[in-house]
Write a protein that binds this ligand. Sequence first.
Ligand code: 2P0
Length: 337
Amino acid sequence: VNKCAVVQHILKAYSKEPKREQGTFFAPSNIALCKYWGKRDTELNLPHTSSLSISLGNLGAKTTIALEQALKDRISINGKEVDEDSIFSKNLSHFLDLFRPLNSVFFRVATEVNIPIGAGLASSACGFAAVVGALDQLYGWELPLSLLSILGRLGSGSASRSFWHGFVEWQAGHDADGMDSAGACLESVWPALRIGVLIVDSEQKKLSSRIAMQNTVLTSPFYKIWPEKQARDLKDLKKAIEKQDFMALGETTESNALAMHALMLTTSPPILYSQASTLEAIDKIWHYRQLGLPLYFTQDAGPNLKLLFLEKDEEAIIKIFPKLIVVSPFNIGAFQC
Ligand code: 2P0
C-alpha cells in the first residue's frame, strides 16, 4: 500500500476543488511521554508500538494554504521564503503532491511557528499536522480529526498526535493500510502539569530520527523487547494520568526515554544524541530529586531535555535552570481535547 492509495481512499467522496480562497489551521507541538521509535511500514509511517504524548498548548504551527498561480509551490516560514531547492521545500512539495487536483496545480504555504528554533520541539509533527488541517479547510472536506491524523502521519509519524490538546495516544494499529493507526485524545486534564524546555545545545541534530529509528529496528539486538516495555509503560502512564499520580508519571516517562536512548546505543553503528551538557543536566535533575524535588525529564532525538514538574515547584526549578522555557499545556482557554 502506498501513500497515494491511502489518500485516495480517504478522500474518494470529497471535493477535489477548493471550497475557499484559503485554509488556515493551528496544530500544537507535542512531546512523547511514551515514545514512537521504529516503524513496521516506512512508506506509511506505521509504528511497531503505540505512543502517548502531551501537546504544548499554544506552542506550535499555524499554516495558511491557498492555490498559487505559478509553476511551483511557494513556501514561507515566519514570513521568510524558503529556498525551493532546500530539503525542507522538496519534502513538503512531495507531500503536497498527494493533494493536488492536477499535477499542474501549486500551492502557497505560509507557516508561522512560535516554538524555539533548535530546541528539538518536534517541528515536523506540528508542521505536517498544520498543513493537513489547512488543506482540510481549503477544500472544505471537514474530515474528522482521526482521519486528519492519518493524513498527517503520512508526512511524519509524530504528526498523528498533533491534532489535539492535552494527552494524546497514537494507536499503532494492525492493518496494512494503516486505517486503524491514528491519534485520539484522552479526556483527562491536569492543569498543574508543567513542561520545561531545557536547551543545552541548539545545534541541529546530525542524524535524522527517521534514519536513526530504522537503523535501530534493523540492528539493535534489544529491539525485540521494546514492544513489551512500551506496552507496560503506556498502561502505567495512562493509570498515572487518570489518578494524577505525578511521581508515577515522571518515573515512567523518564524510564521510557532512557530505554529508547539505550536502544540507540546498542544500534550498529551506535547512535548517541546526548552531549556532555545533556548528562550534566540529567545529573543535576537526579541530584535535586534526591533532595526531594519532584522533577523528571524526557529526551527525544537530540541533546535537549524536556522537564516535567508541577506548578507548585516552578519557582524552585527556574532557580536551578534559569533559562528554562516553561509551558503550561492546559492553559489554553477552555480546554477541549
Ligand atoms: C516521538 N520521535 O515519539 C519520537 C521520540 C523522536 C523521539 O517521533 O520518520 O519525525 O517523520 O515518522 O515523527 C520523531 O520522529 O519521524 C519522533 P518520521 P518523526 O516523538
